[in-house]
Design a binder for this molecule. Structure first.
Ligand code: PLP
Length: 349
């Protein structure tokens, strides 16, 4: 197979710079779950850390441990999946900061703290009901956390929540609950360094949601929101590229298909990039696909399935929109067997 998922590290750096400038004085935590949204965790973390990003958002502990290796000892790595004893010990040994939205989890973490206090960020549920301590239990939770902090078992570095980013009104209500929760935590004697609740969309659009820190994944990779606007200065970092195998009947056959993760439902619905500009994607077969031909098309020519648009291709989000999903989906679906290739070296490495 000649297909590649090319990761342009200059574009990644450019996106990170634009997001950081936009949210300042709040700080950026770059979110790297799902192997950095399919872009390859190590290259993304190393690039972001070299560009001066201090905070990495890692979701689970194995991702956090990998991020620690790639980012070095000074990075602050936040991991928010609730886990059991073995993984807590591993997380604390790697110096991860743990997101805690559950009373029992706080006790398990405190029980695993050794020489140094475990660093935690307490999560209030502000309406999403996925994880987080409900408002009615929050006063007891924060006073228990203060007690564990005084005992030297934990240090509460942050207060956080996750918001729906579905409607401004809901998000405003979540933010009011969040402010009240921070007040309650302060009254309990906690002095969190950072408050964080916004992901890509809210941190971009709404200054009052930035607080001290924003957790941004999608926009750092150049993935705009489905049905959302283009973003000035932000461009897709990943391009999915395949080669022409053969030409005939007004179409070219490329060596990339459904088995490589290309959604079959894209056929007939989108255009892709070619040496002659945009052409329609006609058919997605298991191992190959067909694209409308252009004058002079030849075996070995490159076709871009999604990317920043330099050869007339659509963005991953435009592909997602064509099949009723989000822009992360076409990137995450690319088979792990398709090689990921960096197309510019990380700075300072
Ligand atoms: C995935 C995730 C983010 C980042 O979301 P984007 O929309 O990709 O910026 C932030 N916070 C949490 C808790 C997440 O799970």
């Amino acid at each position: 197979m000649s297909a590649q998922l090319r990761i342009d590290l200059d574009r990644l750096r450019g996106n990170v710079r634009v997001v950081r400038e936009r949210v300042a004085p709040a700080e950026l935590m770059i979110v790297v779950k799902d192997d950095a949204y399919g872009h390859g965790l190590e290259r993304v973390v190393a690039t972001a850390a070299a560009a001066g990003v201090r905070w990495i958002g890692a979701f689970d502990v194995p991702t956090g441990v990998r991020a620690r290796r790639a980012a070095g000892e000074h990075a602050r790595i936040f991991s928010w999946l609730t886990v059991e004893h073995d993984e807590i010990a591993e997380a604390l040994a790697a110096g991860l900061e743990l997101g805690v939205g559950d009373e029992d989890y706080l006790e398990r973490i405190a029980a695993n703290a050794r020489a140094n206090p475990a660093v935690v960020h307490l999560k209030i549920d502000t309406g999403l009901h996925r994880n987080g301590v409900r408002a009615e239990r929050w006063p007891a939770f924060t006073s228990r956390a203060a007690e564990l902090e005084r005992a030297g078992a934990i240090r509460v570095a942050g207060i956080w929540t996750h918001i729906a980013e579905a409607s401004d009104a809901e998000d405003d209500a979540s933010r009011a609950e969040f402010d009240a929760a921070v007040e309650t935590a302060r009254a309990a004697g906690l002095r969190p360094e950072v408050r964080h609740l916004a992901a890509s969309a809210a941190s971009w659009e709404r200054a009052e949601f930035r607080y001290d820190l924003v957790r941004v994944g999608a926009f750092c990779y150049g993935i705009r929101s489905a049905d959302g606007p283009d973003l000035p200065g932000i461009a897709p970092a990943a391009s999915l590229v395949a080669q022409v195998e053969s030409v005939g009947d007004g179409a070219v056959t490329i060596d990339l298909g459904a088995l490589d993760g290309l959604p079959t439902t894209l056929a007939g619905r989108v255009t892709v990039g070619t040496p002659a500009g945009s052409r329609r994607l006609l058919e997605v077969g298991p191992a190959t696909s067909r694209v409308a031909a252009w004058p002079g098309a030849a075996a070995g020519d490159e076709v871009v399935l999604f990317g920043p648009g330099v050869r007339g291709e659509s963005s991953a989000t435009t592909l997602g929109e064509a099949i009723g999903t989000v822009g992360e989906e076409p990137v995450l679906r690319v088979s792990p067997l398709v090689p990921r290739v960096s197309v510019s070296p990380p700075a300072n490495r």
